[in-house]
Design a protein around this ligand. Structure first.
Ligand code: SF4
Ligand code: SF4
Ligand code: SF4
Length: 324
């Protein structure tokens, strides 16, 4: 009986789960265990069924479902940068950062479609392609003489394994940090503040509040010119520090600054521009929110507005570049 590894080597390594298993290897294990038929891999199609039938010495059967090869494409004008698609992609074929536009690396996309469902604004589309087998990039293939289909599968598998290893490493580091933090907390537990230990601390510690004026006086005495009479014996009358006086002084200062301020001639235009830009930003944010959380009608209107906004922006940039 062929092993799961041999069966896995014939599968496209898209990890799309169309077969009903959580990836290519689990499906291969199920076939090897006699628990799954050989016709469930939609991206593999008739060729994979033929190869599996030969390996397992079984008759060829019709595919359970068929699939047109397609590449993911992101409508960048609508993307809100939530990163949900990046987290869903099993082969790191999406680039982007939080709150920034995302884009698909067309050469690395395997067409698995796993990024489509998590997108909250429905801005990822699967576009049919004639570039199969996918992915188009093959550089990570171990066998440069193998058929294109196997090179593509090996490339996708390498990227999937790299991503899995990276996720495991990150998770292990996170757990290690959490354990170190817990150990630190256990070694230095925080004492809850209560009257008992507060009283105890006051009795054991010197009273720093009372000490401060004493030290301050000592420093003042040291700074004092020895030829001058000791002013500390005749302290000057301290200025009034009542809150009402302080507020009045602050208001006086603010009024003075305001009177002295020079208002430029274009101040009014500047303010108007600021208000206009703030209104534009608010509108943009509102449509982004509608695109994510609105009703279907609001969502459609918001997506249309965001597309137009992006087109206008691009036209403005092109005009600026021409003018420069
Ligand atoms: S590529 Fe085929 S075997 Fe792999 S997960 Fe998708 S359907 Fe299953
Ligand atoms: S970008 Fe391509 S490979 Fe990544 S999840 Fe989307 S369809 Fe799959
Ligand atoms: S809005 Fe869609 S395309 Fe943009 S980051 Fe989120 S899931 Fe990805």
């Amino acid at each position: 009986m062929p092993t799961a590894a041999q069966i896995n080597a014939l599968l496209p390594q898209t990890q799309c789960r169309e077969c009903g298993f959580s990836g290519c290897l689990p499906y291969a294990q199920a076939i090897a265990g006699g628990q799954a038929p050989i016709n469930l891999c939609a991206p593999g199609g008739a060729i994979v069924i033929r190869d599996l039938a030969q390996l397992l010495r079984q008759p060829e059967i019709a595919p359970a479902k068929t699939q047109t090869p397609a590449l993911a494409w992101i409508d960048e004008a609508v993307c809100i940068g939530c990163t949900a698609c990046i987290r869903a992609c099993p082969v790191d074929a999406i680039m982007g950062a939080s709150k920034q536009m995302h884009t698909v690396l067309a050469d690395e996309c395997t067409g698995c479609g796993l990024c489509v469902a998590p997108c909250p604004v429905d801005c990822i589309y699967m576009r049919p392609t004639a570039a199969a087998p996918l992915p188009q990039a093959r550089v990570l293939s171990k066998d440069s003489h193998a058929a294109e289909r196997f090179q593509a599968a090996q490339h996708a598998q390498a990227r999937y394994e790299n991503q899995t290893a990276r996720k495991q490493r990150t998770e292990a580091e996170r757990k290690q940090k959490a354990a170190a933090y817990q150990a630190k907390l256990a070694a230095h537990p925080r004492q809850p503040e209560n009257e008992g230990n507060a009283l105890e601390r006051n009795q054991n510690e010197p009273n720093k509040r009372n000490e401060f004026p004493k030290k301050q006086n000592e420093r003042n005495e040291l700074r004092q010119n020895p030829n001058e009479p000791n002013k500390s014996q005749h302290p000057p009358k301290s200025p009034s520090l009542s809150p009402a006086d302080l507020i009045a002084q602050a208001m006086q200062r603010a009024q003075k600054q305001s009177n002295e301020r020079i208002v430029p001639s274009n101040h009014s235009d500047f303010r108007q521009n600021q208000i206009r830009e703030a209104q534009q930003r608010a509108t943009y944010r509102r449509y982004q929110r509608d695109a994510q959380y609105g009703t279907p009608a609001e969502k459609a209107a918001a997506i249309e507005w965001l597309r137009q906004h992006k087109a206008e922006q691009e036209a403005r940039e092109a005009a600026n570049q021409q003018a420069a």
